[in-house]
Design a protein around this ligand. Sequence first.
Ligand SMILES: NC(=O)c1ccc[n+]([C@@H]2O[C@H](COP(=O)([O-])OP(=O)(O)OC[C@H]3O[C@@H](n4cnc5c(N)ncnc54)[C@H](OP(=O)(O)O)[C@@H]3O)[C@@H](O)[C@H]2O)c1
Length: 337
Amino acid sequence: MPEVNRQITLAARPAGMPKLTDFKLVELLVPSPKPGEMLVRVLYLSVDPYMRGRMNDVKSYAPPVQIGEVMGAGAVGKVLASENPQFRAGDIVEGFFGWQQYAISDGKGVRKIDPKLAPISTALSVLGMPGLTAYFGLLEIGKPRSGETVVVSGAAGAVGSIVGQIAKIQGCRVVGIAGSDQKVAWLREELGFDGAFNYKTTSDYVAKLDELCPKGVDVYFDNVGGSITDAVFRVINTGARIVVCGQIAQYNAEKPETGPRLLGHLIVKQARAEGFLVFQFAARYAEGLKPMAEWLRAGKLKYREQFVDGIENAPRAFIGMLQGENTGKQLVRVARE
Ligand SMILES: NC(=O)c1ccc[n+]([C@@H]2O[C@H](COP(=O)([O-])OP(=O)(O)OC[C@H]3O[C@@H](n4cnc5c(N)ncnc54)[C@H](OP(=O)(O)O)[C@@H]3O)[C@@H](O)[C@H]2O)c1
């Protein structure tokens, strides 16, 4: 049995973009599971944009991480010892185990992963929370129809890269917006997007959208907000659906931005903008995972995962993701399978 558990805790509430010094590596003894609990060795953990919001001392849909508390996170691991009749040593499981090497869990919110279905890390990417966000957000909120034009921002990330491919499967024209030429090439050449552009080197977003979306925009899947979203509002069609998934351009803002006020476009275009949380579809996850796994097997859905090794590098991976260093899903490999 292992003796030492290394964890990453929140050391300070970040101002603006988080810094490495906002986190602390601590070492504790590995606890033993009590009746009803299990001990999990974490193999992969996730770094996600929502974690930035939880570092602020503000109320949201989940309580903030406290100073000195281990960073909460989705993770995949192996059960080492179990006092919970629903899990056995050797099971591969996905749950909210946090940025640490070993976790005690009572099994609530934990799902067993079938290692034969796909690489187990996909339980944190295409066959996990980001994939389900793409699936339900696009299909249930965006309701794309064949022949329509779908624009997705944050297009080369964990959610966006899957959104675009599901839209292609629905028979849509798909245009992605991402932050580097390599990302744009990946979207067009490997994922089959019809068009894509680099927002960091494009000066006139509206002109670019007009060029790439000659029939206007029917569905906008918004992962970023800010000036990219301001531009898309100007090119939506009558009856457009705007899926408000994320606003990452604002997550590190130190004071509220004053942008153009564009809700008038929704009136003129009789359009709908709707926010959602993937958790609202929790009762339907199995329904979403089934077609996703089939598309994956059939080669219709591709995914990319990017790994950083070692629990001590979780903060670096998190900050890198916020700065756009990831293509596809950013994960931390905590231990070899
Ligand atoms: N509603 C929900 O239930 C739900 C669930 C999961 C995720 N989300 C949201 O979905 C979005 C994507 O999440 P993800 O996990 O797939 O992350 P991700 O896209 O894999 O990683 C974040 C990406 O955001 C981009 N970015 C960072 N700052 C930006 C800025 N100022 N302007 C434009 N793009 C910026 C970067 O790519 P570039 O190189 O392109 O800049 C970076 O790679 C996030 O906003 C997240 O909060 C929502």
